[in-house]
Ligand binder design. Structure first.
Ligand SMILES: [Zn+2]
Length: 132
């Protein structure tokens, strides 16, 4: 398996990369769009933290309102999946690399491809679907 230096197993680093991809302007509340007054609500899936908005009370994480909403995969796995999709790897190959079920991966892949197409440069365009 070809693991480029860009994808590591360092979960906080991978989370940070995903955060920048998903929320280039910084994480905000998906409900009221506030960027200040966000408090950590739960750390049970750290480094993916749950936040609570002090303005509207909404609890959310960095995946809320994005194609990653509901996924419990580790940030390093998500990055490998995104890279695999961008490189047009087969789902079967990706599933073997990740040691996971092809069917579950296919479901996530379809969601990612449906909601956020891959742009021409092979760079995976993954942006929040937060309402403006
Ligand atoms: Zn809010």
């Amino acid at each position: 398996m070809d693991v480029s230096p860009a994808v590591t197993q360092d979960e906080p680093t991978c989370y940070q990369q995903l955060l920048e991809l998903l929320h280039p302007e910084g994480l905000g509340c998906p409900e009221c769009l506030a960027r200040a007054g966000l408090y950590i609500h739960r750390r049970r899936r750290a480094p993916v933290l749950d936040y609570r908005c002090s303005h509207c009370g909404r609890v959310f994480n960095a995946w809320t309102g994005t194609p990653l909403q509901g996924t419990h995969r580790r940030p390093s796995e998500i990055l490998l999946i995104l890279r695999g999709i961008a490189q047009r790897q087969s789902t079967a190959q990706l599933a073997r690399d990740l040691g996971c079920q092809r069917a579950a991966l296919l479901q996530l892949r379809h969601r990612l491809e449906r909601e956020r197409p891959i742009n021409g440069d092979g760079e995976y365009a993954l942006r929040s679907t937060q309402r403006a």
